[in-house]
Design a protein around this ligand. Structure first.
Ligand code: ARG
Length: 655
């Protein structure tokens, strides 16, 4: 990989004059637009004698090549001056001839720069071909970003997936799985040390209900044949009996509340016998370490972990640790409770321990720490888990990738309670990457499905799609094999192109379309690019003339030029995503690369084959592409591969 002296030598050859001006925020070795930004900022300092920081920060990346490659925001560069006057001033001073910057275009508060491609191509193409898989990463960012000791690698814990072992892996868990894996990989690429943990819902009353159910309906033979399937089946059976009781108890509680009572006699009555009491007693036993209860719980947990692990492996995802609600130690919970009591934050109410959230700076709400049976709650376990993880991993940051549950404000409460007990610094390291919890996946798959069924469903749809469009499917080889790999990436891609506020999209019809923006289309163009490059390895020695050739030999220079300009944006896109944690931006970006590529390839093939461009489409390796095009395509291939891998999509191509 290029180091600074190499870069400087390369730049000297472009007669940009002198070393790259140095700015703290610039990542000149990772981001080619930062090289241009630095030159432009340096130039501005010379022209109008301003603060270097102000100059640098006034230069923005427009995010859309129609609006230029870089833009100066005039009010930032000339505070207090009318943009029109500022523009006139700068335009008059701007050099008439510059190897990289032609005269800018003035548009309201912006001065837009369209870089001179002759120069920029010679900078960009070797830059990308040289960096290969590291193009778009910024391994020093982790160090620049967090506030722990200088030079140390920052540590991140990402908690994601976290399904509940008594019920199906739901849409929100799938979404968390895919997003969490992405966030982990992104941070790794940006230089963080990342630990991936799965916090299973493997404790609490549902497990006790499952045990009661198993005693009633469990069948060893059926269990051996299909452990997880049988457990789900048993749970649904017992749940059917339990749900009416739960509804009745809630109703009684609400009615008592209406008359101002804290506790309803009627509610207590319902909960004190029958299945309700059986479940509560079973949970109490489990929490007290009863041998039989623990053995049952362990068996159910292990069977589920085995099944999840297989499912995650098919998605290409691994966890460093399977932890879960069950793994939180009672001692740590007592420690937290004691702190809450000492600070007068929690109080007893009808045998339960509760927190009035006003005491923690929230406007309203009550949180329960222990219920009236003395059982720990989800919240108490989560509070204690923060303590334990911070001791175990000494993280600089922890991200919970968990659906936004509008009813409970669970994480808001969690963070506020930590602050209230004097753990503000720790609380500030915690973040929730949230997303809409709405999903129709469970509905589509029906009751009792195992996680593998999600993938099988997609695979089947993909196989049908490939068989239905043989021509498009050609570059993928044997449909059976291809469907396996492509269905996984199509599923992941659909998750990743859904913005976090939008409801979960699980739709095998759109997933399997060859349509701009779909992952299948992305894979198609990746495969096509590979076949074009096959006989023309793009990484061959390149001479300076080759870079020129790309732009000068073209009858129509616009298409390759625009492709180049888009490829230059990739590091900007990964940086934006690092802050927003919205992978949809990368999906959109890759679709724009593909679209531009399509135009270039069509043009190129059209030239070569004259009139029968349509028939020339098939994926036969095209030995006639020029070296100049091979370089451009290879750069595009690198960007597509890096983007896909960052998202967790395995590029699928038959070379
Ligand atoms: N198991 C939970 C659920 O399915 C998600 C766990 C979220 N993480 C946490 N630390 N509370 O809703």
């Amino acid at each position: 990989t290029l180091c600074l002296p190499d870069l400087e030598r390369a730049l000297n050859a472009l007669s940009l004059g002198g070393p790259v001006p140095s700015f703290a925020e610039a990542d000149v070795l990772g981001n080619p637009l930062d090289v241009c930004r630095s030159y432009l900022a340096g130039l501005l300092c010379d022209l109008i004698d301003c603060d270097p920081k102000v100059a640098y920060n006034s230069i923005q990346w427009p995010n859309n090549i129609d609006a230029g490659d870089l833009a100066i925001i005039l009010p930032k560069l000339y505070p207090g001056v009318k943009p029109d006057e500022a523009a006139i001033d700068l335009m008059a001073k701007f050099p008439k001839e510059h190897p990289l910057f032609p005269l800018p275009v003035h548009e309201s508060v912006h001065l837009r720069f369209f870089l001179k491609t002759e120069t920029f191509a010679r900078l960009l193409l070797p830059y990308i071909l040289d960096r290969k898989s590291s193009y778009g990463t910024d391994p020093a960012l982790g160090m620049r970003d967090a506030s722990s000791p200088e030079g140390a690698r920052k540590k991140l814990v990402v908690e994601f997936s976290s399904p509940n072992i008594t019920s199906e892996l739901q849409g929100k868990h799938l979404r968390s799985t895919v997003l969490g894996a992405f966030v982990s990989r992104l941070y790794e690429n940006m230089g963080w040390g990342v630990t991936r943990i799965n916090y299973l819902g493997d404790w609490g009353k549902p497990i006790a209900l499952l045990q009661v159910g198993f005693n009633k309906y469990g069948d060893e033979e059926a269990y051996r044949a299909d452990p997880v399937g049988h457990l789900l089946h048993v749970y649904h059976q017992i749940e059917e009996e339990f749900l009416p009781l739960q509804a009745a108890s809630r109703k009684a509680r609400d009615e008592a509340a209406k008359t101002g009572q804290d506790e309803g006699e009627a509610q207590l009555e319902i909960e004190s016998h029958g299945l309700f009491a059986e479940r509560n007693a079973a949970f109490k036993k489990l929490e007290e370490g009863d041998e039989e209860a623990v053995a049952f719980w362990k068996r159910a947990r292990d069977a589920n972990i085995e099944s999840y692990t297989d499912f995650y492996a098919r998605l290409g995802i691994k966890f460093d640790k399977y932890t879960g609600e069950s793994q939180v130690s009672p001692d740590t919970m007592t420690e937290v409770e004691q702190m809450l009591k000492d600070k007068g934050i929690c109080e007893e109410s009808g045998g339960a321990w509760i927190i009035h959230m006003q005491k923690c700076g929230l406007r309203a709400g009550t949180a329960i720490i222990r219920d009236r049976t003395g059982a720990s709650t989800y919240l108490l376990r989560d509070l204690a888990a923060v303590f334990e993880r911070s001791r175990e991993f000494e993280f600089d940051k922890m991200i919970y990738v968990v659906a936004n549950d509008n009813n409970s404000n669970h994480f808001t409460q969690l963070f506020k309670i930590l602050e209230a007990i004097g753990m503000k610094e720790l609380a500030e390291k915690l973040h929730q990457a949230k997303f809409s919890d709405v999903s129709k996946m469970a509905e589509k798959l029906g009751k009792g499905y195992k996680p593998q069924a999600i993938l099988n469903h997609c695979e089947e749809a993909m196989l049908n799609a490939l068989k239905a469009d043989e021509e498009k499917a050609t570059p993928f080889g044997v449909p059976g094999e291809a469907a396996k790999a492509l269905s996984v990436s199509a599923l992941l891609g659909q998750e990743l192109s859904t913005r976090s506020v939008t409801a979960h999209a699980f739709d095998t019809t759109t997933m399997t379309l060859f349509k701009p923006g779909t992952t299948l289309d992305l894979q198609y163009w990746y495969a096509k690019l590979c076949s074009l490059l096959k006989e023309q390895p793009g990484t061959v020695e390149l001479s300076e003339d080759d870079y020129d050739a790309i732009l000068l030999d073209e009858p129509n220079k616009d298409e390759p030029t625009n492709l180049l300009r888009i490829l230059a944006q990739y590091p900007e896109v990964t940086h934006v995503t690092y802050h927003s944690l919205e992978p949809a931006a990368i999906m959109t970006y890759l679709a724009s690369v593909v679209q531009q590529l399509e135009d270039c390839v069509d043009d190129n093939e059209g030239d070569k084959e004259e009139g029968d461009a349509e028939e020339a489409k098939p994926e036969k390796p095209d030995a006639s592409i020029t070296l100049a095009h091979a370089v451009l395509y290879e750069a595009a291939r690198i960007v597509l591969e890096n983007g896909m891998k960052l998202l967790g999509l395995t590029p699928f191509a038959k070379y």
